[in-house]
Write a protein that binds this ligand. Sequence first.
Ligand code: AMP
Length: 315
Amino acid sequence: MHSRFLTGSTISDQSGRQSGRIISIGECMVELAPRADGTYTMGFAGDTLNTAWYLRRALPAAWSVDYMTCIGTDAVSDRMLAFLGDAGIGTTHIARLPDRTVGLYLIELAHAERSFLYWRGQSAARLLARDPARLAQALTGADVAYLSGITLAILEDDRPTLLTSLTELRARGGMVVFDPNLRSRLWPNATIMCDAIMQAATQADIALPSHEDEAAAFGDASPEATARRYQQAGVPLVVVKNGPGSIITLANGTLAHHDVAPVQTVVDTTAAGDSFNAGFLAAHLTGNPLTQSVAAGAAIAARVISSHGALIAQH
Ligand code: AMP
């Protein structure tokens, strides 16, 4: 049931799918980015939103891309909703909570180094899985659900509710795609983070970890070790990103290395992994072989890291 899109050589509906519905679940935040004159530009970003944004550009129009989250009822939340709609991302499953608002982060530039300050402790998105009926409704009819470790980290009490809804989606033949996107500061401690990530992995059809993060959290000695850990958790297809290093795929037990073309000048690595995921998934879901799908992901990521910012408009 879950092997429809797995590898180029084993896709059972040979051409992939020309149409389908993908829903990305997580938190979109207000971004305040510094300008040279000391003022700030307001934008919107967040890991799962970045992937949805690039997916919308990379997938054929017959595929729908929806975002699922919670936002407030205020004017800034209105602007976020309009931004998503203008990008072609479906907003039907975005709930509006009157007593909360969207999270915010500010990019701080010190000696050309970027650091991030966050105000997201009470963000509306933390309640995105509070209502099981709403969750079930959002996932009904979805072919693919995409989420990240950040989605899990912000949920506090509702992780089991989200995982149950993913289990139900898979039981209906849907696919779950998971980027562990490990951010230790969002979790109470490393043990809780690692346990929650590996529990979610048991519900994933595709895992898209980044080796550097995984090595720091799990002590993996190599990208291959990262791939095998997710395989042992039951993930049929694991794609391990490794910065400029080779990407490792482990598909139904078959390990492969895919070289990444060097990028001349890396300007800003924000959203490298998020955009890779979108390029990879769009190619994979529409029936391309694994090697081409990895190349498509790396090509988008290469363009994204050659420019400033998370969302690069020429895609
Ligand atoms: P990461 O999550 O940092 O491992 O990066 C995600 C993807 O972005 C990688 O798999 C590469 O395709 C691309 N990427 C990141 N850093 C570089 C780099 N320095 N040179 C070329 N590609 C990169």
